[in-house]
Design a protein around this ligand. Structure first.
Ligand code: NI
Length: 133
């Protein structure tokens, strides 16, 4: 990597031990690479705070498909936000659970509004929005 600046960072020893364990589990080659990734994530999440900015994101939701109203509601939301959703992937996780990953493209404020509505829908067990640039 060109143009590298070396800086010393002070760590709490216990914290560093846990961090090293975590990054080794995640497969990072070294500590610097893991820290650079953390910084990158923070910078991106700060940048997307601009609500009018056009951006992309993924919305992952998990729900029990036996609760038919959830699927119905999600489909309803998706039909009303057709311009925001570029693609949807549906995976039947097990006998009960379905996972849907939606690729979203639009203004940050619209992506967040849509994600909040979907995640808050009754019967959605898990929901996570990731906005990228
Ligand atoms: Ni399914």
């Amino acid at each position: 990597m060109e143009n590298i600046i070396r800086k010393g960072i002070a760590f709490d020893p216990d914290q560093l031990k846990k961090f090293d364990k975590l990054i080794s589990k995640k497969g990072y080659a070294n500590r610097s690479e893991a820290i650079r990734d953390l910084i990158r994530v923070e910078l991106i999440s700060d940048e997307v705070k601009s609500p009018e900015k056009k951006s992309n994101g993924t919305l992952t939701v998990v729900y029990n498909h036996h609760e038919h109203h959830v699927q119905h509601e999600l489909t309803h939301f998706q039909h009303h936000q057709g311009d925001l959703i570029k693609s949807t992937l549906h995976v039947h996780m097990d006998k009960n659970n379905c996972m849907e990953v939606m690729i979203l493209c639009g203004k940050v404020k619209n992506i967040k509004k849509f994600a909040d509505k979907v995640i808050a829908a009754k019967g959605v067990k898990y929901g996570k929005l990731v906005v990228v640039n």
